[in-house]
Design a protein around this ligand. Structure first.
Ligand SMILES: C[S@@+](CC[C@H](N)C(=O)[O-])C[C@H]1O[C@@H](n2cnc3c(N)ncnc32)[C@H](O)[C@@H]1O
Length: 252
C-alpha cells in the first residue's frame, strides 16, 4: 500500500521537480520522503529531524513501505546542519513556525544559499518569513493556501536565484523583526498577499481570508468591549480588517 498525502503535503510535493534531490527538514512521520520515493520523483531523498523519536518513526514507516535500496537517507540533527553545502537541490521545511524556519535558514546564510529551491510551510508568522525572504533577495515562485483539518496552510515556494545577504546583519531574524516593527503597516500585504492562490481552484483563498476577517472582527470587538488600551493595536487590526474586506471583495 502506498502513502497517501493530504492536500498540504501534496501541494508541497507538487513543487518538487522530477529528478531533484530533496531534504525534508523536520520530517517527523516521513510521509513526504516516502511518497517521493514511491512515486519515483526523486532518487536522492534525505529525511532529517532534530528529534530521535520522530526520525525513528519516519525510518520505521519508510521500512514498511519501501524496499531496502529505496530507503531515504535518515539524518538526526538541527536544521541544515545535517547537510553538506549544495548537497541537495530542494529544501522542504514544513509544519514549523515562521520564526523557527527563519532561524534554520539564517543560521548559516552562505550555506543556505547553496541550495536552489525552498518549499516552506509556516504554521504562523508567515509575514515575518516573507519579509526575511525578501530582505535576503530570494525569488518567489508561488504561494498557495490549502485546507487541512479545518484550518488553512500557507505554502511558499522560492528559489535562491539572485539572493545574497548584502548586509549580513539583515540575515538575522531579530533584525527582520526590527524592520517589521519600524513599519507595522507594511505587515498587511505580507500577511495576506494578493497572489496567495488556491491550487485546487475551489476558492480556499477567499474562504481563508473570510475566516481571518471573522477572527479579526472578533478580536476588535473584544478589545473595544473590554479596554480602552491598545489603541495602536486597534488601529492595526482595523487596517487588517480593511485589507481582508478588500481581499474578500466586500470593499473596493
Ligand atoms: C509538526 S512536525 C512537521 C512534520 C512534517 N514536516 C509535516 O509538515 O507534516 C515538526 C517537526 O520538526 C522537527 N523539528 C523542529 N525543529 C527542528 C530543527 N531545528 N531541525 C530539524 N527538525 C526540527 C520536530 O522534531 C518535528 O518532528
Amino acid at each position: 500500500m502506498s502513502v497517501r498525502l493530504n492536500a498540504r503535503l501534496s501541494q508541497i510535493a507538487s513543487y518538487i521537480r522530477k529528478g531533484d534531490s530533496v531534504c525534508d527538514v523536520g520530517t517527523d512521520h516521513g510521509f513526504l520522503p516516502i511518497w517521493l520515493k514511491e512515486n519515483e520523483v526523486s532518487d536522492r531523498v534525505i529525511m532529517s529531524d532534530v528529534s530521535r523519536g520522530s526520525l525513528d518513526k519516519a525510518v520505521r514507516d519508510a521500512a514498511e513501505e519501501l524496499d531496502r535500496e529505496d530507503m531515504p537517507d535518515a539524518r538526526l540533527g538541527d536544521g541544515l546542519d545535517v547537510l553538506a553545502p549544495g548537497e541537495v537541490d530542494d529544501i522542504v521545511i514544513a509544519g514549523m513556525g515562521g520564526i523557527q524556519i527563519i532561524d534554520i535558514l539564517s543560521w548559516d546564510i552562505a550555506k543556505t544559499l547553496t541550495y536552489s529551491r525552498f518549499i516552506l510551510q509556516p504554521r504562523r508568522d508567515s509575514a515575518l518569513l516573507r519579509k526575511w525572504l525578501a530582505v535576503n533577495g530570494f525569488t518567489l515562485v508561488d504561494q498557495t493556501v490549502v485546507p487541512e483539518n479545518g484550518r488553512y496552510s500557507e505554502i511558499v515556494c522560492c528559489t535562491s536565484d539572485g539572493a545574497s545577504p548584502a548586509d549580513v546583519s539583515l540575515a538575522d531574524r531579530s533584525t527582520v523583526q526590527d524592520l517589521f516593527d519600524a513599519d507595522p503597516d507594511g505587515w498587511m500585504e505580507l500577511e495576506y498577499p494578493e497572489d496567495l492562490r488556491d491550487p485546487s481552484g475551489q476558492g480556499t483563498d477567499r474562504k481563508y481570508f473570510l475566516s481571518e476577517l471573522e477572527k479579526t472582527n472578533y478580536i476588535i470587538g473584544n478589545i473595544k468591549a473590554n479596554s480602552d488600551a491598545g489603541s495602536d493595536m486597534l488601529r492595526l487590526l482595523c487596517k487588517r480588517r480593511e485589507r481582508l474586506e478588500k481581499l474578500c471583495g466586500k470593499k473596493n
